[in-house]
Design a protein around this ligand. Structure first.
Ligand code: GTP
Ligand code: MG
Length: 198
């Protein structure tokens, strides 16, 4: 039950993550893509994950438990934030690929991309790392309320076409999402329930 989500802990590095038991789903994406907002929408708790107009709000790996303490969602720091020093970025990239490849408890990745700017730098890298690790990815095209229905739908179709052409469509799915309007929530919940049940 996503409404029963609770804050568990923040880890400054992947080495300090909780023990590898149970099942986890991580929320990843560029800084400001709407990761923390999506977690709050999913859990029906506007105060759970801190959101901000300023990119780079989430700098730690934040863990939340669901009704079942052995089921967790993970709010990852956003990437692509210009003000982060390059050395830190490189360090983070290395950790991120390791995390996706090696974290045994990780059942899937929800990848947020602003519907107005899909497949920016590093989005594709994240998808490739997950696919290499044979981990399913579910893309949320966020802030769908910023586009009219027609353009939003055609972006979704373009994204799906791109995934099919990249032969990634068996592991990677996509949908429209808006935290503001709460659209796409049942679709997201269905995917997460499937991952947590496996
Ligand atoms: P970092 O923690 O910096 O990586 O950002 P984040 O990906 O967690 O983004 P966050 O959820 O903090 O949202 C960033 C900004 O986008 C905030 O100003 C949100 O209010 C806004 N936002 C998030 N989701 C939506 C949405 O569905 N619609 C609209 N219009 N704005 C949104
Ligand atoms: Mg955040």
């Amino acid at each position: 039950n996503f409404n029963l989500a609770r804050y568990l802990m923040s880890a400054p590095t992947l080495a300090q993550c909780p023990p590898e038991t149970g099942v986890e789903v991580c929320f990843a994406g560029r800084s400001n893509a709407g990761k923390s907002s999506a977690i709050n929408t999913l859990t029906n708790n506007g105060k759970l994950a801190r959101t901000s107009k300023t990119p780079g709000r989430t700098q730690m790996i934040n863990y939340f438990t669901l009704g079942n303490p052995e089921q967790r969602i993970v709010d990852l720091p956003g990437y692509g934030y210009a003000k982060v020093p390059l050395a830190m970025k490189r360090e983070w990239d290395r950790h991120m690929s390791e995390y996706l490849q090696e974290r045994q408890t990780l059942a899937g990745m929800v990848l947020m991309m602003d519907v107005r700017h899909p497949f920016q730098e590093f989005d594709t890298t994240m998808i490739n790392w997950a696919v290499e690790a044979e981990m399913p990815v579910h893309i949320l095209l966020t802030k769908a309320d910023k586009l009219k229905k027609g353009p939003a739908q055609s972006t979704l179709l373009d994204v799906r076409k791109h995934l099919t052409e990249a032969k990634a469509d068996d592991l990677v799915s996509a949908q429209l999402f808006s935290s503001l309007k709460k659209t796409g929530l049942p679709e997201l919940i269905a995917v997460l329930n499937r991952w947590f049940a496996e």
